[in-house]
Write a protein that binds this ligand. Structure first.
Ligand code: TYD
Ligand code: MG
Length: 260
């Protein structure tokens, strides 16, 4: 048993993943397990992961995903997260990706917050979003603030900036039939879709400090979507649904329950 279960998804980020894993192992709060969910990455990525596997807190899983058809059939990171969650023993759940980094006190500060506020189910922090070019040079930086209690979190809060109680998971599964939605129409905004589910029940509570670094690299799905020349992966994705739709839907739902 660990206090926190972190779920990190990984696919072909050989130049970034070591730094991401290291940022988790450097946490001041050490009572965690890390589910390292790799989606059948290339040898270079596996070589970058390998030295970390001697840390007893890491549970390493590798999928058998082979073809491009399989990669676009479901949101792969959602499928990997859904595979890890039933195994997670932590009272608290936190998500990580293979290109983002936690600042050293992230887990500690979020755990303290949830321990102090037993009625809060989801906490989030500010995040520094950094855009990198192919030479890993910074082209743009932007703070995603965390100043307010958020009833409509899609595209306002990121995947790697939240922690939630594991006790909420049965509620989500009961209502929606799964934890994270694997529908590929939400590939670009899978986290927003999960937050849409959470916001049916709970607001997100802020920690104002920046507790993670979110890197958008030339390998990111988001970057690929914005390019003129679309990769094979992007071309095969179904038309992508939008945050606007998720946000409007939540607002309408909240309005209705206020009027009722
Ligand atoms: P990423 O490329 O980082 O996209 P973005 O930052 O623009 O959202 O992908 C997000 C996560 O999805 C990352 O942890 C890797 C994972 N992933 C898979 O597990 N399998 C795949 O086939 C792809 C494309 C991504
Ligand atoms: Mg990414």
């Amino acid at each position: 048993m660990a206090k926190v279960s972190i779920i990190m998804t990984s696919y072909n980020k050989p130049g970034y993943i070591a730094r991401s894993i290291q940022s988790l192992l450097n946490q001041t709060f050490t009572d965690f397990e890390l589910f390292l969910m790799d989606d059948n990455s290339n040898a270079e990525t596996l070589a970058a992961i390998e030295p970390f596997l001697k840390d007893k807190r890491i549970k390493f899983y590798q999928s058998h995903t082979q073809t491009m058809d399989e990669r676009v059939e479901k949101i792969r990171y959602a499928a990997l997260i859904n595979q890890a969650l039933p195994e997670a023993s932590g009272e608290y759940i936190s998500y990580a990706t293979d290109d983002n980094c936690y600042r050293n006190t992230r887990l500690g500060q979020m755990v303290d917050y949830l321990e102090l506020h037993p009625d809060v189910m989801v906490v989030y922090s500010a995040s520094l979003v950094t855009y990198l070019n192919e030479q890993q040079e910074i082209t743009k930086e932007q703070v995603r603030p965390a100043k307010r209690i958020v009833p409509v979190a899609p595209c306002q809060v990121d995947h790697c900036s939240i922690m939630h109680r594991s006790s909420i998971l049965p509620v989500i599964e009961e209502r929606f039939g799964s934890y994270w939605d694997e529908n590929p129409e939400f590939y670009r905004i899978g986290d927003a879709r999960f937050f849409w589910r959470l916001n049916h029940y709970w607001d997100f509570y802020p920690i104002e400090e920046i507790l993670d670094d979110n890197y958008i690299t030339e390998l990111s799905i988001h970057h690929q979507l914005q390019q003129q020349e679309k990769s094979q992966f992007i071309q095969m994705l179904p038309p992508q649904r939008t945050c606007k739709e998720l946000r409007e839907d939540l607002r309408a739902m909240k309005q209705k329950s206020q009027n009722a």
